[in-house]
Design a protein. Structure first.
Length: 113
């Protein structure tokens, strides 16, 4: 995982804006194929901006490493949507989005916390 500047062959996925501080870009590029499986290999990168640019990039890089270690080879995410009035606990929830009429919970079975 690279935390250096991006090149032209990188595809950028940036989070920025007035309400997102500090902002960052996560980048990805195809770097070849696995000789055993023939599946494509990808390289991820992170670039931070602002006064804490390095810390932001390191945080994004750490999140990608955790995903690779804990989630990538798992069974995949489970998305549950329930009425907002039904508040059940989701101890393994990575993301909970409360909407006016519903609660959306994204969990990753088998992932460590």
């Amino acid at each position: 995982m690279s935390t250096t500047s991006t090149a032209q062959s990188w595809s950028d996925h940036c989070a920025s804006g007035r309400d997102i501080k500090p902002h960052h870009c996560m980048t990805v590029r195809r770097i070849g194929h696995d000789d055993t499986t023939g599946r494509p290999l990808w390289e991820f990168g992170a670039q931070g901006f602002g006064a804490d640019a390095r810390a932001v990039a390191d945080t994004v890089a750490g999140a990608v490493r955790a995903w690779d270690r804990d989630i990538r080879l798992g069974p995949g995410p489970v998305l549950t949507v329930r009425p907002a009035t039904m508040r059940t606990e989701q101890p393994a929830a990575r993301h909970v989005i409360d909407k006016q009429h519903s609660r959306i919970v994204l969990t990753f079975p088998g992932a460590s916390s």
